[in-house]
Design a protein around this ligand. Structure first.
Ligand SMILES: Cc1cc2nc3c(=O)[nH]c(=O)nc-3n(C[C@H](O)[C@H](O)[C@H](O)COP(=O)(O)OP(=O)(O)OC[C@H]3O[C@@H](n4cnc5c(N)ncnc54)[C@H](O)[C@@H]3O)c2cc1C
Length: 352
């Protein structure tokens, strides 16, 4: 249980100027992330000070983690973008069989998928960060005695509560998406570099090893999926999907085909959900799958808004929606075609 945990600050130097009995006993050897030393710390009856309220340490740590999760999502996005830019430049430069490899359909497709995944992660992250900023500003306003905003306090309070619920849902989705994208994109970056990408000094390789930690720290991808599932259990999904359906109405006139595809994706999620939630083990088994489905319809809608505002974004939005709505359909079928007995089959495969 996390109840009763305290958050403590343990300084190296105590307030009276004496040295505290806390020390770094080892600097870890890691496969990547060499710009950030990771150390084993030893506490030998060291003195520490309580931060915040006694017993509320886990709550405080979660506040920190939620912000950090968006930070790690941004880190993943940055690594993916750098890996993509380098791979794209290499593919334009490297000539094989008389043409730059970027002209090979397989390489072109790989690079386009990388660009698409990056834009997807960026769209979800920016949307979540904007929501986070708005909720923070609303909270500050409501805590003050100001009365100069056009919306009344009761409405603002309701907006704050629904916005915070959505934020608790979007934050793990964001971290999960952007960091998995970082892993996939940087891995494909190495592939596009061929043998030179495998060399220890190649930055394509560095991007990949640095990306690997992002799906692990501040909560692994599996833990992000379980957090998102928990928020769904508390009712976060229905209002999120209802608001997407509303958004799509405003896009229908200019993008009827894509809106129909996204609405079908939302319907697929709605159809698959009851089967998935019949059994907690089956829900956990499918938690990443359902996150992927929800992310696809959310991001598809975001990208369509971008395409609506700027014509040059149209090709990417269409490609994303075409590809992802097929995956949503497949994932819905996969959920609907099974139940918790699937786990018994896995037990047999694993000899458990
Ligand atoms: C370089 C580095 C820096 C770090 N910095 C910090 C830091 O500053 N502060 C800090 O507090 N921690 C830090 N960590 C720790 C990091 O947050 C943890 O390693 C991470 O959260 C995973 O926990 P774990 O290592 O105990 O793995 P485990 O919990 O043992 O997980 C192992 C595997 O099991 C899976 N798993 C575990 N539980 C479940 C579940 N319920 N459902 C499904 N799958 C599950 C995980 O997803 C993972 O794939 C750091 C780690 C590294 C490597």
């Amino acid at each position: 249980t996390t109840n009763g945990l305290n958050l403590m600050l343990c300084p190296v130097t105590l307030p009276d100027g004496s040295k505290n009995t806390v020390s770094v006993s080892r600097v870890e050897e890691k496969m990547g992330l060499h710009g950030s030393p990771t150390c084993a710390v030893e506490f030998d009856h060291a003195e520490a000070f309580l931060l915040g309220e006694r017993g509320n340490g886990f709550r405080a740590m979660l506040d920190l983690m939620n912000a950090a999760r968006l930070g790690v999502a941004a880190q993943g996005l940055g690594i993916a973008e750098a890996a993509y830019r380098q791979a794209r430049a290499h593919a334009a430069d490297r000539v094989q069989f008389g043409i730059p490899i970027i002209q090979q359909p397989l390489i072109k497709s790989m690079l386009s998928q990388m660009a698409m995944e990056i834009e997807a992660a960026r769209a979800l992250l920016y949307r979540t960060a904007a929501l986070s900023d708005r909720m923070e500003a609303t909270e500050i306003y409501l805590a003050s005695d100001r009365e100069d905003y056009e919306t009344d306090r009761v409405t603002l309070q309701a907006e704050l509560e629904s916005g915070q619920q959505l934020l608790r849902f979007l934050t793990p989705l964001c971290k999960y998406l952007a960091t998995e994208v970082a892993n996939d994109v940087s891995r494909r970056g190495i592939q596009i570099h061929g043998g030179s990408g495998f060399m220890a000094e190649s930055s394509a390789a560095h991007y990949h090893v640095d990306s690997i930690i992002t799906t692990i720290y501040e909560g692994t991808s599996e833990i992000q999926a379980s957090f998102a599932l928990k928020e769904m259990g508390k009712g976060a999904l229905d209002p999120a999907l209802a608001s997407l359906v509303q958004d799509l109405k405003s896009l229908r006139k200019n993008h009827p085909e894509q809106v129909a595809q996204l609405n079908q994706g939302i319907a697929d999620i709605g159809n698959a959900l009851p089967t998935m939630l019949e059994d907690i083990s089956y829900a956990m088994l499918n938690s990443k799958r359902i996150c992927d489905m929800i992310i696809s319809v959310m991001v598809g809608t975001e990208l369509l808004f971008q395409a609506d505002a700027s014509e040059e974004k149209g090709a990417l939005a269409e490609a994303y929606i075409n590809r992802k709505m097929l995956e949503v359909e497949f994932n819905a079928k996969r959920i609907l075609s099974g139940d918790a007995t699937r786990l018994a089959r896995y037990d047999k495969i694993l000899g458990l």
